[in-house]
Ligand binder design. Structure first.
Ligand code: APR
Length: 229
């Protein structure tokens, strides 16, 4: 079977990375406009680079949890044709064993930087970005994160994978950010949808979806059992 795992920040919550819109979420503490828009970056590069430097250090010091590991094991060993499509910029799936060819980061990766002028991207690992840094094109650097108002990466690939999958598993996303959230509407009537999220009953998903209202680490085994039925 073709299986897609479509994930958001909820899957990394139990690794100590806050989500964005829950009560203790980042966007309840920081202004999205200041931190995650190109206008905010132009107004105050230090503020944006420092936010993502702190976030990068938090990710460096975090560990993949049981949900990341179960997904990685399933992708690598189930014998199905599996892909992870994530809105997350952390590298916890890769550290759990998901190979680069099996994962698409729609909103960028925290371990990558981008030059301001030509958008040249390169790997920085967990290094900080300093506003005095210069890239190959002589311009300053920003995190290679998709800011609000910018186009996500791999939309075409993700659309094709989801419209052709037999099972779509949605884990830990509020499905509020478009165009990423719109991808799940491409699930075909013949295919199955499974959602794992403690608040999944608040999500606008049709009756055909299997809903598991649990935290990722508590419900991931149920998801795997459901796929194997
Ligand atoms: N396990 C599973 N799901 C969880 C858990 C958990 N332990 N804790 C919270 N959740 C769920 C919440 O119920 C919510 O549905 O995770 C979801 C988090 O939603 P958001 O905070 O909106 O995060 P996300 O959907 O990933 O945001 C999408 O918005 O801020 C931008 O670019 C950023 O990629 C991000 C995008």
């Amino acid at each position: 079977m073709n299986i897609v795992f479509f994930t958001g920040s909820g899957i990394s919550a139990e690794s100590g990375l806050q989500t964005f819109r829950d009560a203790d979420g980042y966007w309840n503490k920081y202004s999205v406009e200041d931190i995650a828009t190109i206008e905010g970056f132009r107004r105050n590069r230090d503020l944006v680079n420092n936010f993502f430097n702190e976030y990068r250090t938090l990710i460096k010091n975090s560990q993949p949890n049981h949900a990341h590991k179960m997904v990685a094991d399933f992708v690598n060993n189930s014998g199905h044709n599996c892909t992870v499509i994530t809105q997350n910029v952390d590298d916890l799936f890769e550290r759990a064993g998901v190979k680069d060819n099996d994962i698409y980061h729609l909103h960028g990766q925290i371990t990558m930087a981008k030059t301001v002028n030509k958008g040249l991207t390169f790997h920085i690992g967990y290094d900080n970005i300093k506003t005095t840094d210069r890239g190959e094109d002589g311009s300053g650097l920003r995190p290679d994160i998709v800011f609000f108002g910018e186009m996500p990466h791999y939309l075409e690939e993700a659309a094709e994978l989801i419209s052709e999958c037999d099972v779509l598993v949605v884990i830990g996303t509020s499905l509020q950010v478009y165009p990423a959230a719109g991808l799940i509407d491409l699930l075909q009537p013949r295919s199955r949808g499974i959602v794992l999220d403690p608040n999944c009953h608040e999500l606008d998903l049709g009756s055909k979806w299997d809903k598991i209202a649990k935290k990722a680490t508590e419900g991931i085994d149920d998801v795997i059992d459901l796929i194997n039925i």
